[in-house]
Design a protein around this ligand. Structure first.
Ligand code: NAP
Ligand code: MG
Length: 504
C-alpha cells in the first residue's frame, strides 16, 4: 500500500480518501476484487504510487453484471415491480446525487487534480460543475421520455403508439482525460432512461469515480442499479464488453480499442455506442479577429494539456495571416505555466501517465524527424513527473504522422492554406479518418456557415472551440464514433422503441 506523503496543500478529507482502503461498488456493497489483487494509482506530478485500487477480473465483472441484471429485471428499479421507483423518483435521485456532488465539489476537484494532473483551478470550474450540470439536466429528462401516437393507414380501425423503454443492463467504459465528467456523461442518461449500469473506470484515474460511488450510495440508488469497477482494460473492460447479460455497451476512448469493443459485442449483438478519437481542425480565415483567433486556437489545443478528443490539433491558417497566427500561438504556448495541478499558478499540469508522456514526446520526435520545426516547446526532459511543454510544430504537411494520427497531448500542427475556394479548404479539413469536431474562425457569416455545413464532424464551433453544454449532442462522424452523448439525442442511445398496435 502507498506510504508516500501526500501534498500538504490537500484538504485532509481528500488525503484521507486517497490513502484509505479502496473498494468497488457491486450490488450495493463496497467490495475488494475476488482475487484480492490491486493495481497502483500514480500521482502524475511525481510519478509516485499514491493509492491502490481493486483489480477487477472476469469473475468480478460477472458478479456486477448479474447484480445489474437482477436490479433491472426484479428490483424496485424494474418498470413492473409493485414498489417500483417512478420516473419522477429517478429524477429526484439524480438531483440528489448532483446536490451531494455540489456539497463535495472541492474534494472531487482535488481528487481529479491529483489523479489526472489537471490544474485544481480548472477541475473546480470545469470538470466538477459540468458533471453536476449533466446529472441535473438528465434528471429533468427522466419524466420526459415519451413515445408518439400514429394515424396509421392499414385497413380497419387501429390505435398505434410507441413506447420508449430502457435497453436493460448497460456496460460503460471510460477514459482518464475527464474522469468524473465522463462518468457523468455515461451514468446520467443511462439512469434517467431507467437502465442499470456497470461502469469501468480508467486504470489511471479511478479516484473520483470511487468517491462518486460513495455519493451514489448516499443518494439512495437501489442496490445493483449502479455498479462501479476498477481494473484494466483487458482484464475488466473486455469481459464487460463481451458479457451475454449486457444489453448495451457504451465506450469512450481510443479508436483502436473502440474496434475491439465492436468485435467483443458480436456474441449477443448488444447495442454499441462509441465516442472515439479525433484530429480536429481549427481553421483561421484572413478576415478573422486575429487576437481572438490566436487565443482561441491556442486554448483549443492546450486546454486539458491537449488530452481532449476534440482538441484543435490541426491548425489550418490562411497564408496571409499564417506567420502572425503561428507567432501568436507560439507566444501563448511559451507563456503557459507548467507545474503541479495543486499549485494555484499552474496553467498546465503533467500528462496523465508515463505511457502518455512517452507517446506524446515520441510524436514530437517523429514530427521533427519528418521535417517539422518547433516554434514553441519541443522535447524537454522533466526531472520527475510527466510534464510536456506546449508545443507548436510548423511546416507540417498532410502526410506526416503527427498530422494524421491523434497525439492526445499539447502538440499542435500548423499548416497554411492559400485557397479562397471553400470546397477545397473543406476537403483538406476533412482529410482525416476522424470527424469529431472543428472550429472556423472568420467574421464572414456566409463563409462560417458554408464551412459548418461542409465539414464532416459531429460538432462545428464558429469563433470558439471546446464549448460544451449538457443540452448539446456530442459525438463523431467517420471513425470518431457511433451515436451521440448528451442532449436529448443521447436518450435514443439508451432506449429501445416499441410499436404497439391495437385493433379497436
Ligand atoms: P484506451 O485504451 O482506449 O482506454 C479507454 C478505456 O478502455 C479505459 O477504461 C481502458 O482501460 C479500456 N480498455 C482498454 N482496452 C480495452 C479492451 N480490450 N476492452 C475493453 N476496454 C478496454 O485509451 P488509453 O490507452 O487510455 O489512451 C490511448 C490513446 O487513446 C490516447 O493517446 C488517445 O489518443 C486515445 N484516447 C481518446 C480518448 C477520447 O476521449 N476519445 C480518451 C482517452 C484516450 P484501461 O484504463 O485499463 O486502459
Ligand atoms: Mg489503454
Amino acid at each position: 500500500m502507498a506510504t508516500v506523503a501526500l501534498d500538504p496543500r490537500l484538504d485532509s478529507k481528500t488525503s484521507q480518501f486517497i490513502s484509505g482502503k479502496h473498494r468497488m461498488l457491486i450490488d450495493g456493497k463496497f467490495v475488494a476484487a475476488a482475487s484480492g489483487k490491486t493495481l497502483p494509482v500514480y500521482n502524475p506530478s511525481t510519478g509516485e504510487v499514491m493509492a491502490d485500487v481493486p483489480e477487477a477480473e472476469a469473475g468480478d465483472v460477472d458478479r456486477a453484471v448479474r447484480a445489474a441484471r437482477r436490479a433491472f429485471d426484479e428490483g424496485p428499479w424494474s418498470q413492473f415491480a409493485a414498489n417500483r421507483i417512478t420516473a419522477s423518483q429517478r429524477g429526484r435521485l439524480l438531483n440528489k446525487l448532483a446536490d451531494l456532488m455540489e456539497t463535495h465539489l472541492e474534494e472531487l476537484a482535488e481528487l481529479e487534480s491529483m489523479d489526472n494532473g489537471k490544474p485544481l483551478s480548472v477541475a473546480r470550474v470545469a470538470d466538477v460543475p459540468l458533471a453536476i450540470d449533466l446529472f441535473r439536466y438528465m434528471a429533468g429528462w427522466a419524466t420526459k421520455i415519451t413515445g408518439n401516437t400514429f394515424p396509421i393507414s392499414f385497413p380497419g380501425d387501429f390505435l398505434s403508439y410507441t413506447l420508449r423503454e430502457p435497453i436493460g443492463v448497460v456496460g460503460q467504459i471510460i477514459p482518464w482525460n475527464f474522469p468524473l465528467l465522463m462518468a457523468a456523461w455515461k451514468l446520467g442518461p443511462a439512469l434517467a432512461a431507467g437502465n442499470t449500469v456497470v461502469l469501468k473506470l480508467a486504470e489511471q484515474t479511478p479516484l473520483s469515480g470511487l468517491r462518486l460511488a460513495e455519493l451514489i450510495q448516499e443518494a439512495g440508488f437501489p442496490e445493483g442499479v449502479v455498479n462501479i469497477l476498477t481494473g484494466y482494460g483487458e482484464g475488466a473492460g473486455a469481459p464487460l464488453a463481451s458479457h451475454d447479460l449486457v444489453d448495451k455497451v457504451a465506450f469512450t476512448g481510443s479508436t483502436e480499442v473502440g474496434k475491439l469493443i465492436v468485435k467483443a459485442a458480436t456474441g449477443n449483438l448488444k447495442k454499441v455506442t462509441l465516442e472515439l478519437g479525433g484530429k480536429s481542425p481549427a481553421i483561421v480565415f484572413p478576415d478573422a479577429d486575429l487576437d481572438k483567433a490566436i487565443a482561441g486556437t491556442a486554448s483549443a489545443i492546450f486546454f486539458n494539456h491537449g488530452q481532449c478528443c476534440c482538441a484543435g490539433s490541426r491548425l489550418m491558417v490562411h497564408e496571409r495571416v499564417y506567420d502572425q497566427v503561428v507567432e501568436g500561438v507560439s507566444k501563448i504556448a511559451d507563456s503557459i505555466r507548467v507545474g503541479s495541478g495543486l499549485d494555484p499558478e499552474t496553467q498546465m499540469g503533467p500528462l496523465v501517465s508515463e505511457e502518455q508522456y512517452n507517446r506524446v514526446t515520441g510524436y514530437i520526435d517523429s514530427g521533427l524527424q519528418e521535417g517539422a520545426k518547433a516554434t514553441a516547446g519541443g522535447r524537454q526532459k522533466a526531472d520527475k513527473g510527466y510534464f510536456v511543454h506546449p508545443t507548436v510544430l510548423t511546416r507540417t504537411t498532410p502526410e506526416m504522422k503527427v498530422v494524421r494520427e491523434e497525439i492526445f497531448g499539447p502538440v499542435v500542427c500548423a499548416q497554411p492554406f492559400s485557397d479562397a475556394d471553400i470546397d477545397r479548404i473543406a476537403r483538406e479539413a476533412n482529410d482525416s479518418i476522424y470527424g469529431l469536431a472543428a472550429s472556423v474562425w472568420t467574421q464572414n457569416i456566409s463563409i462560417a456557415n458554408k464551412m459548418a455545413r461542409r465539414i464532416r464532424s459531429g460538432t462545428v464551433w464558429i469563433n470558439c472551440h471546446n464549448v460544451f453544454d449538457a443540452a448539446l449532442p456530442f459525438g463523431g462522424y467517420k471513425q470518431s464514433g457511433w451515436g451521440r452523448e448528451m442532449g436529448a439525442e443521447v436518450l435514443n442511445n439508451y432506449t429501445e422503441v416499441k410499436a404497439v398496435t391495437t385493433a379497436l
